[in-house]
Design a protein around this ligand. Structure first.
Ligand SMILES: NC(=O)c1ccc[n+]([C@@H]2O[C@H](COP(=O)([O-])OP(=O)(O)OC[C@H]3O[C@@H](n4cnc5c(N)ncnc54)[C@H](O)[C@@H]3O)[C@@H](O)[C@H]2O)c1
Length: 267
């Protein structure tokens, strides 16, 4: 049941691919809390079709956009403000893809052209979204922009490969752009560093299943689920968190503060 935390707010949600996607849960929770949203994903994701079910369920529109294309983003953002009948209050960037991981390249033998694509899709797209929204003057004052990230930006997780550097770049864009948005229109920009979560992107990382169990034991509260992440995103989009900006916020059941977990030693 909603609490009206996002009553009257309008936003764009990137990255709902299927019902396991974190963005899928966020979209559901935002609408439950009273928001009006537009869904978007890469044109290739449209062909899989599941996003149409979500749009039907939430009674919202889908505008395809490749997040690496400024032209697509301009179309998406200007059409969204028309459809929603006003400026935006929130944006969720929930996009990640590594070409080298997909093609099973080892970290010490990466293809640099593929790496550029990985950075473009997973990190530079976040800057493109924010720059396009700013140029189109599409955000309301005190709006909130979030991107999802992972602790491999700070610590080494060998199988996460070049996604670690993508996330470091993503988090840095949040801090740097957060300054400019705050000065311009009090818009806040943050990243949420989420626990391992069973989704298409998450499961693509080598050894994900074993690692999920490891993180579950390492985190005193256990792994944070996609539904819990959606709750956190709602609070960050709401007016209850207006003075939080330029932060990387760990949403991981305590994992990031742990040094040693006795449960793992016992195993
Ligand atoms: N699953 C995890 O364990 C985990 C943990 C921490 C952070 N994250 C992050 O959460 C975010 C969402 O991932 P998810 O786990 O829900 O997986 P997911 O596979 O459901 O979502 C990834 C999305 O990125 C979209 N995408 C890829 N290329 C795109 C492009 N060029 N333009 C627009 N969209 C594009 C995909 O279509 C897909 O919807 C990612 O940033 C991911 O790195 C995931």
């Amino acid at each position: 049941m909603g609490h009206g935390l996002l009553n009257g707010k309008k936003g764009i949600i990137f990255g709902a691919l299927d019902s396991k996607s974190i963005a899928w849960k966020v979209a559901e929770r935002c609408v439950e809390e009273g928001a009006e949203i537009v869904l978007t994903n890469a044109p290739v994701a449209m062909r899989l079709g599941e996003i149409n079910d979500l749009a039907l369920k939430l009674n919202c529109q889908i505008i395809p956009a490749d997040a690496t294309s400024v032209e697509d983003l301009e179309n998406l953002i200007s059409r969204s403000t028309e459809i929603l009948g006003g400026k935006l209050d929130f944006i969720l960037h929930s996009i990640g893809m590594s070409v080298n991981v997909r093609k099973k390249k080892e970290y010490t033998d990466l293809n640099y052209e593929w790496m550029k694509t990985t950075f473009d899709v997973s990190a530079i797209s976040f800057h493109k979204v924010m720059q396009t929204a700013m140029k189109l003057d599409a955000m309301n004052d005190w709006g909130s922009i979030l991107a999802l990230t992972y602790i491999a930006a700070q610590r080494t997780f060998p199988d996460y490969s070049e996604m670690a550097e993508s996330k470091a770049l993503l988090e840095s864009f949040a801090r740097s752009f957060g300054y400019h948005w705050a000065k311009k229109a009090k818009v806040r920009v943050n990243t949420i560093s989420q626990s391992p979560t069973v989704t298409t992107a998450g499961s693509g990382v080598k050894g994900f299943g074993d690692f999920f169990g490891y993180a579950e034991k390492m985190s005193p509260l256990g792994n944070a689920s996609a539904n819990a992440c959606a709750d956190y995103c709602v609070t960050m989009f709401s007016d209850m968190t207006r003075m939080v900006t330029m932060q990387n916020l760990f949403h991981d059941g305590g994992f990031s503060s742990m040094g040693m977990a006795p449960e793992i030693l016992e195993d």
